[in-house]
Ligand binder design. Structure first.
Ligand SMILES: [Zn+2]
Length: 130
């Protein structure tokens, strides 16, 4: 169920140009237009889903198969030490996975929230942690 206004559905359909790296029957990988590092790419399923948690059962496994394949090729082609794999989904409401090459300098920053009660969080999730 592609949505008419979804930019990633349009890229998947070839209606909007993108710097495509790779493609298979169900996924495409293309360069992020606002890269965090050289070679930063997105892998998306061609079929629309609003987020990873909304994907059809088993299509999430296929997506990660594609992510691994593209990531391995990126690591080798770009000479990256590692490939960071990130799911955020806040920018475009179409499931996408960021593959961000790491060349020895941290391309991202993560915040650390201090003072959280980890036992309370386990309890909220329904687990005692034991
Ligand atoms: Zn879409």
């Amino acid at each position: 169920m592609a949505t008419e206004n979804c930019i990633f559905c349009k890229i998947a359909a070839g209606d909007i140009p993108a710097k495509r790296l790779w493609e298979d029957g169900s996924h495409i990988a293309f360069l992020d237009i606002r890269p965090a590092s050289r070679g930063h790419a997105l892998v998306i399923p061609k079929e629309h889903s609003e987020s990873f948690l909304d994907m059809a059962k088993d299509s999430e496994k296929e997506l990660f198969g594609a992510v691994q394949e593209v990531g391995k090729k990126m690591k080798e082609s770009f000479g990256a030490e590692k490939i960071f794999v990130l799911l955020m989904g806040e920018e475009v409401p179409h499931t996408h996975v960021h593959l961000i090459p790491y060349y020895g300098k941290m391309p991202l920053s993560l915040n650390h929230e201090e003072g959280l009660d980890l036992d309370k969080i386990l309890e909220e999730f329904g687990n005692t942690g034991e």
